[in-house]
Design a protein around this ligand. Sequence first.
Ligand code: NAD
Length: 287
Amino acid sequence: MAPIVIDGASIAGAIRSEVADAVAERDRHGLAKPGLATILVGEDPASAVYVANKIKACSQVGFEGFHHALPADSNFEAVEALIEQLNSDPTVSGILLQLPVPEGLDGAALSALISPNKDVDGLTPASAGALALGRPGLRPCTPAGIIELLDRTAIQISGSEAVIVGRSDLVGRPLASLLLERDATVTICHSRTIDLPEVCRRADILIVAVGRPELVAADWVKPGATVIDVGINRTDSGLIGDVDFAGASKVAGAITPVPGGVGPMTIAMLLRNTLLAVESVEARVSA
Ligand code: NAD
């Protein structure tokens, strides 16, 4: 039987519309627009495109956008001062420092200065710690987007055997915590895992975030399993994922394509995080 092909573009579109509706509803109640501040240091062309896409997505859902372009030779103190100013600005709900920053600046140390209440990327040590301890906080966009894909495809997470391939701070590790929070039995694999195919074959939900074209073959997939392919690999034949999509589609019960699966979810979740950030500040003020 053909698998369900999980349509990330349409699920991301639904999330963007929900965020836009919430902003319009806030407007009707006289509440401020959520505001996202973006910081781009230097002129890396790829980073400039990523930031431009985020700014465009913000304006499409009715957010305020505050863009700060700093010269490539900015020192740590200059970026620090800007982050501190944005931390205390009540019109700014979320702050995004586009990484990587130019050589000579410590991007991790700068990101860590972002207030946890405004950390819409969900990647600072404070946010990662809250997630690891199961405490409330803003969650990283790509892993949170994967949970949305599973939920909106009605894939049962609780009690499932979930195998994640890749242990990065951006995807694998936070995703393990999110799946654990939802009562999956979680295994994390990495480059030193012995007999990776055998571990993958245990998975009811197999998530691959490695960055190696078609690493996962069809015979690594348990019949009927859900396969989430996070990988984005640029090849001569276009963008391909970490999973052999054609082969795995013959075995899986549900599978994400590349492109059009996980990819579109990241910006959608950034928008939702910015909305959650402003709502949680308001909830604290009125409590
Ligand atoms: P990373 O390079 O930080 O981490 C890769 C992980 O894979 C490491 O933990 C490593 O141990 C593991 N690994 C490497 N070789 C392996 C092997 N042969 N077998 C098993 N594990 C192995 O990568 P990342 O930032 O997590 O990104 C992974 C992929 O996901 C990339 O293709 C990236 O482009 C993509 N990505 C997509 C999105 C999105 O769709 N929005 C977001 C983030 C990352």
